[in-house]
Design a protein around this ligand. Structure first.
Ligand SMILES: Nc1ncnc2c1ncn2[C@@H]1O[C@H](COP(=O)(O)OP(=O)(O)OP(=O)(O)O)[C@@H](O)[C@H]1O
Ligand SMILES: Cc1ncsc1CCO
Ligand SMILES: [Mg+2]
Length: 278
C-alpha cells in the first residue's frame, strides 16, 4: 500500500513569478457570483492583478456566460434561493465546458441552509475550495457527517487558525479532488498530499471586508488554463499576501489600506519576485 506523502514546504518565489507571468499573459475572464458586500472590491482586485472580472448573475444569463468565461467563482456569503439557483446553473455550464470553478464556503459552519447548498455543490466537483480555518473545518466535518464538529465561525469570521484546519483541508482535498486553500496567518494550499505554505500577509487584511472573498476570485483567475492547479492556487494566495504586507507599509489603518493594496497588486512583478529567490 502506498503511503500518503504529507510534505509541507514554503512556496518558492520563482513559482509565484511563473504563475503571475502566465496569468498576465492570459488576462483571464473571470465569471464572479459572489456576495453583495464585496462585489466592487473583488472586481477591482481582479483588474489590479491583470484579470477581467464580470459579475453576471441573472438566472437567464449565467449558463451562457459560464460557458465562455475562463474561470468561475461561487461565493455563498449572501446566498438566497434565486441566487443559489443561478449559481448551480453556472456551475453546471462551467463543468460542461471543462471550465474550473472555485467554491468560497462563507460561514458554512454557522447556518444550515448554506451548509446544504455547499455540500450539494461539492458533489459538482469544484477545482478549488478557499476558506478560512472555521469554514474548512466545518465543511470537512459536514462532508464526513461529523455533526458535533460542524458548528464554527463567528459569522463570516474565523475563530480557528489555519494551522488547526490543515488536516481537515488535506482530508477535504482527498475527499473532493479539489485543491483546498485554508487561509489565515499562514495560508496552506493542498491537494491532499503535497502542501504549500504561504507565510506572508498581515492581520490588517482581516480589518477590511472581503480580502478572503477577493482572494477566492484571484484563485479562480490563476486556475484558468492552469497546467498545475496546486501551484496556481498557491500563487494566488502568495500574490495577495505579499500585496497585503506591502500595503500595510503605506497605510495608517483599514481606511487607508485598500488603495495601496490595489496598487501593490498592480505593480507586483515576476522579475522582482524572482529576485527574492536569489
Ligand atoms: N493573521 C494574519 N496574518 C497575516 N495574514 C492574514 C492573517 N489573517 C488573514 N490573513 C490574510 O488575509 C487574507 C484573507 O484571509 P482570511 O482567512 O481572513 O479570509 P476570510 O475570513 O474568508 O475573509 P473574508 O470573508 O473577510 O473575505 C489572506 O490573504 C490571508 O493570508
Ligand atoms: C460581511 C459579510 N457578510 C456576508 S458575506 C460578507 C463578506 C465577508 O465574507
Ligand atoms: Mg470568507
Amino acid at each position: 500500500m502506498s503511503q500518503v506523502d504529507l510534505t509541507i514546504a514554503e512556496l518558492p518565489f520563482h513559482l509565484v513569478a511563473d504563475e503571475l507571468e502566465r496569468l498576465r499573459a492570459n488576462t483571464p475572464l473571470v465569471h464572479v457570483l459572489t456576495n453583495e458586500v464585496v462585489q466592487c472590491f473583488t472586481a477591482n482586485t481582479l483588474l489590479a492583478i491583470g484579470a477581467s472580472p464580470a459579475m453576471i448573475v441573472a438566472e437567464a444569463e449565467v449558463a451562457d456566460f459560464a460557458a465562455i468565461a475562463d474561470a468561475l467563482l461561487i461565493n455563498i456569503g449572501t446566498v438566497y434561493p434565486v441566487r443559489l439557483q443561478a449559481m448551480n446553473l453556472a456551475i453546471d455550464a462551467a463543468n460542461a465546458a471543462a471550465t474550473p470553478w472555485v467554491l468560497d464556503p462563507v460561514a458554512v459552519g454557522v447556518l444550515q441552509y448554506r451548509r446544504d447548498a455547499a455540500l450539494a455543490m461539492l458533489a459538482k466537483k469544484p477545482a478549488a475550495i478557499r476558506g478560512n480555518g472555521s469554514e474548512i473545518l466545518a465543511l470537512a466535518a459536514a462532508l464526513a457527517l461529523n455533526a458535533e464538529a460542524i458548528a464554527g465561525g463567528k459569522g463570516v469570521d474565523s475563530t480557528m487558525s489555519s494551522m488547526s484546519a490543515l488536516s481537515a483541508a488535506q482530508q477535504l482535498a482527498r475527499a473532493t479532488g479539489a485543491i483546498v486553500a485554508v487561509t489565515g496567518a499562514t495560508d496552506y494550499i493542498t491537494d491532499g498530499e503535497q502542501t504549500w505554505a504561504v507565510p506572508w500577509g498581515h492581520p490588517m487584511m482581516t480589518r477590511v471586508v472581503g480580502t478572503g472573498c477577493a482572494l477566492s476570485a484571484v484563485v479562480a483567475a490563476f486556475l484558468a488554463d492552469a497546467p498545475n492547479r496546486l501551484n496556481a492556487v498557491a500563487a494566488a494566495c502568495a500574490v495577495m499576501a505579499i500585496a497585503g504586507e506591502r500595503a500595510v507599509e503605506c497605510s495608517d489603518g483599514p481606511g487607508t489600506f485598500v488603495a495601496p493594496f490595489l496598487d501593490a497588486l498592480h505593480v507586483i512583478h515576476p522579475v522582482q519576485l524572482r529576485s527574492y529567490s536569489e
